[in-house]
Write a protein that binds this ligand. Structure first.
Ligand code: HEC
Ligand code: HEC
Length: 369
C-alpha cells in the first residue's frame, strides 16, 4: 500500500500535477486533530492543502466525478475520479506465474551476478547461502520430503529453487521489496540478471540446458523456466470445503449447549542455565503425575516412534514392541538413555533427566502392549 502510494505520488509529480515540498518547510495544522500522529491532510505556509507525504492536494484529487448506485442500499456512492491509464499502470506492478506482467529489458547472468554481489550478498551470501538468519536463496532441492524431527539433517530447506512453484512472481517481489534497504531501486534489466544468477545457483535447467554465464535473461527466458516444485502445491480443492453440513442461516447457535473450549496446557523444556532441564508446566499442580512421560514422548520421541522411522518400534504396535517388553526394564532403559543402534541417547535431548526418560519409556511400554 505504502509503496503504491509513493508510486502514485512520483507519477503524479512527473505529470506536473503535484509539487513536492521538503518536510521542514511545512507547518502542520492537522485538519482533524484526532488523526495524530499523522494527519492525513495539512496546510502549508501558503495555505495550500497538502497530503501527509508533502504532496499538494490538487483540485482534481478532491473533485468527485464518478458515482455508483449501490444495488443493495439504492444510494449513490461517490468514488472520486476515474483512475487514469498511467495511475493504473503504476499500481499494477505484479507479475503472474505465467509471466504476464514481465517488463522489457534483459541482462546476462554474469552481469546479474555482479549486481547480486554488490546489492544482495551482504545478506543473502555470495552464493545465496544466506548470512546469519537472512533467507537462503539457493539449494535444498529434494529436501522437502525430510521430516525435521527425524534429524534428517537439516530437514526441509525451503528456497526459491526448492520450494517456490514459479519464478516469474519473484521478478515483482525482488523489484518491489529488495534490496531490503533500498526497495524499488533496481532497473528491470538488473532484476532479470539477478533472477538468472539465482536460477543458475539453483542449478535449474531451462529448455534442457544449463544456465551459462553468457545466458541472456529476459521475458522469454523467464517464461520458459520450470521450477522443481511446480507441481508441489494443490489448487484443485480450494473450492471444495471438506465439510458436508447444511448451511445454517437462522438461529444457528443454541447457547444452552455451548461448550467452552480450553487450550491444553503447553509444556516447554527449561534448559540449563535457566532451568534444570525438566519440563515446566504453566499449571504444574493440576497435572496428574505421570503425564511427564506422555509430554516428553510427544515432544521428543514421537518424531520417530509415531511412524516407526528408521526401524523405531511404532508407538502402540504390540508386535513391534514384543521383543522390548520381554527384556528387562533395566536393559531397555539403558538403551533409551545411552542410545541403541539408530536410537539416539535420550532421543537426542541430553537435557532430559534419567528419571523422566524412565517415565517416558514406561508410558511407551504401557501403551504398546
Ligand atoms: C539488508 C539485508 C538484505 C539485502 C541487502 C537483500 N535482502 Fe533479500 N531478503 C532480506 C530479508 C530480511 C528477507 C525476508 C523478508 C520477508 O520474509 O519479509 C529477504 C527475502 C528475499 C527473497 C525471498 C526469499 C524467500 O524464500 O521467500 C528474495 C528472493 C530476496 N530477498 C532477494 C534479494 C535480492 C535479489 C537482493 C539484492 C537485490 C536482496 N534480496 C537484498 C534481506 C535482504
Ligand atoms: C531419531 C529417531 C528416534 C527418536 C527421536 C527416538 N527414538 Fe527410540 N528408537 C529409535 C530406533 C531406530 C529404535 C530401534 C533401535 C533398534 O532396535 O535397533 C528405537 C528404540 C527405542 C526403544 C527400544 C529399545 C530397545 O531396547 O529395543 C525405546 C525404549 C526407545 N526407543 C525410547 C525412546 C524414547 C524414550 C525417546 C524420546 C525421549 C525416543 N526413543 C526417541 C529411534 C528414535
Amino acid at each position: 500500500m505504502y509503496t503504491s502510494m509513493r508510486n502514485l505520488t512520483l507519477l503524479a509529480g512527473s505529470l506536473a500535477l503535484v509539487t513536492t515540498l521538503s518536510a521542514q518547510k511545512l507547518s502542520y495544522t492537522p485538519a482533524n486533530p484526532d488523526s495524530y500522529p499523522y494527519p492525513s491532510v495539512t496546510t502549508d505556509k501558503q495555505g495550500r492543502k497538502i497530503n501527509v507525504d508533502g504532496a499538494i492536494l490538487q483540485k482534481q484529487q478532491v473533485t468527485v466525478k464518478e458515482t455508483y448506485k449501490s444495488p443493495i442500499s439504492g444510494k449513490n456512492h461517490n468514488f472520486g475520479t476515474k483512475a487514469t491509464k498511467e495511475q493504473i499502470k503504476a499500481w499494477n506492478t505484479d507479475v503472474r506465474p505465467d509471466g504476464k506482467g514481465l517488463p522489457d529489458g534483459q541482462m546476462s547472468v554474469e552481469e546479474g551476478a555482479k549486481v547480486f554481489a554488490a546489492k544482495c550478498a551482504t545478506c543473502h551470501g555470495d552464493f545465496g547461502e544466506g548470512v546469519d538468519r537472512f533467507p537462503v536463496l539457493a539449494g535444498g532441492i529434494g529436501t522437502l520430503k525430510l521430516h525435521p524431527k527425524t534429524g534428517g539433517d537439516p530437514g526441509p530447506l525451503k528456497t526459491l529453487g526448492s520450494y517456490a512453484p514459479y519464478i516469474a512472481p519473484f521478478f515483482w517481489y525482488i523489484q518491489t521489496a529488495m534490496p531490503l534497504s533500498a526497495p524499488k531501486s533496481l532497473s528491470d534489466s538488473e532484476v532479470y540478471g539477478i533472477l538468472g544468477y539465482l536460477l543458475q545457483l539453483n542449478e535449474i535447467q531451462v529448455n534442457g540446458a544449463d544456465i551459462e554465464d553468457e545466458t541472456i535473461v529476459n521475458r522469454k527466458f523467464i517464461k520458459a523456466v520450470h521450477l522443481p516444485n511446480e507441481n508441489g502445491f494443490e489448487y484443485n480443492n480450494l473450492r471444495k470445503p471438506d465439510t458436508h453440513n447444511t448451511r445454517c442461516m437462522k438461529d444457528c447457535i443454541d447457547t444452552s449447549k455451548m461448550v467452552v473450549m480450553h487450550i491444553k496446557t503447553d509444556a516447554t523444556i527449561v534448559k540449563p542455565p535457566f532451568g534444570d532441564g525438566r519440563y515446566s508446566f504453566d499449571d504444574e499442580k493440576k497435572k496428574p503425575a505421570g503425564d511427564i512421560g506422555k509430554t516428553i514422548y510427544e515432544n521428543t520421541c514421537a518424531g520417530c516412534h509415531d511412524s516407526g522411522i528408521a526401524g523405531a518400534p511404532k508407538f502402540g504396535d504390540k508386535a513391534d514392541w514384543a521383543h522390548v517388553q520381554k527384556q528387562s526394564l533395566k536393559v531397555t532403559l539403558e538403551h533409551a538413555i545411552k542410545g541403541f543402534n539408530a536410537m539416539p541417547p535420550k532421543g537426542g535431548d541430553a537435557s532430559i533427566k534419567d528419571e523422566d526418560i524412565k517415565s517416558t519409556v514406561e508410558y511407551m511400554l504401557k501403551k504398546s502392549k
